[in-house]
Design a protein around this ligand. Structure first.
Ligand code: 8YV
Length: 333
């Protein structure tokens, strides 16, 4: 009798992903995928996770103690995102489940979108486009769609991780901006010098910056880090850009500030309760809105998907993931 081949570990791919990444995973695993590409309800996700050792997640799937209790065989959740606020990491650690994210590969692409939103908001690009398409452009005027300068202005960055530093480089080197930043911890002097950034308190940043870019991870501590009180500190000519996570900004307070002209403009890629967008924001002309596309270029999304896949393969096949979030679970029985 021919020797039976050892069975491959089983994994679940929770959303549609690139066919080349599916093929790669299928070489190592028994794969169940989600051809419909709609987020499964929790009960369905739990049902499909039965018998699976790994899951490929894309950021929208909540992995918490209640779900993990139903999936005792699960060993790894690999997020195709640098943010992992969909993971209850302490619960995963308690359950002995490894979490991995996808850092590094999306840094420059996401910083590009941050800058695009900053430029579009400060220079009223989207407003101008709507104005033109609506057939309202019938003459030149000295004050038509005048905005604020980006070059030479003061850029305030809240959150100075990889993406924050990539935005600082763009501002300092490309646009001659003075860069100030606030972060949980101050960067080492060499890192500050490299991006020509000066550390300031949060309130000073909000008061001084001409443009504020938010790049902090979402956590209960950063929930509504920018609300009415913080917006009131900003200059009336200032712009606010959020490429981090919905919930860091109080969207209702932001819409009120934009409507009242308490700040000049905003550029938002992320929203509280997305894909729903606060109706008051939709009604504001001075905000540029994009549907969470910070990392959305073909090479970057492929790199993120490959990194998530390589984490699954690394851990379940070779025992060594690439970007573990809670490595302390490794080696536990
Ligand atoms: C993802 C992101 O596309 O990596 C992140 O944290 O925000 C984006 O790049 C998103 O998380 C997918 O849900």
């Amino acid at each position: 009798m021919p020797a039976s081949r050892p069975s491959k570990p089983a994994i679940l791919i929770a959303r549609a992903i690139f066919p080349e990444v599916m093929d790669k995973l299928a070489r190592h695993f028994e794969v169940e995928a989600n051809p419909a590409d709609a987020l499964w309800p929790r009960a369905e996700l739990a049902r499909r996770l039965q018998g699976k050792q790994g899951v490929f997640t894309t950021g929208g799937e909540r992995i918490d103690a209640a779900l993990l209790a139903q999936c005792p065989g699960l060993r790894i959740c690999a997020n195709m995102a640098v943010g992992y606020n969909n993971f209850d990491l302490p619960a995963m650690t308690a359950a002995g489940v490894l979490g991995t994210n996808a850092p590094g590969v999306l840094t420059e692409t996401t910083a590009d979108l941050g800058f695009a939103l900053l430029m579009a908001a400060a220079r009223r690009v989207a407003e101008g486009e709507h104005y033109l398409r609506a057939g309202r452009w019938d003459r030149w005027a000295y004050d038509m769609l005048v905005g604020q300068d980006v070059h030479g202005s003061t850029l305030g960055i809240l959150g100075m991780g990889r993406i924050g530093q990539a935005i600082a480089r763009r501002g300092a080197l490309g646009f001659g901006m003075k860069v100030i930043y606030h972060n949980r911890s101050r960067l080492p002097a060499e890192a500050e010098a490299e991006v020509s950034a000066r550390y300031v308190g949060k309130d000073e940043l909000l008061r001084t910056a001409d443009h504020v870019v938010l790049v902090v991870p979402y956590s209960p501590a950063s929930h509504h880090a920018i609300g009415a009180a913080e917006l009131a500190l900003m200059k009336p000519t200032a712009t606010l850009v959020n490429i981090a996570r919905g919930g860091i900004v109080d969207d209702a307070a932001l819409a009120a500030a934009l409507r009242a002209g308490r700040i000049a403009a905003a550029g938002l890629d992320v929203f509280e309760g997305e894909p729903q967008v606060h109706p008051d924001l939709l009604a504001c002309a001075n905000v540029v809105l994009t549907p969470h596309i910070g990392s959305a270029t073909v090479p970057t999304r492929k790199a993120m998907a490959h990194l998530a896949a390589d984490n699954l393969i690394g851990y379940l096949v070779h025992g060594q993931p690439l970007t573990p979030l809670n490595p302390e679970v490794m080696g536990r029985a």
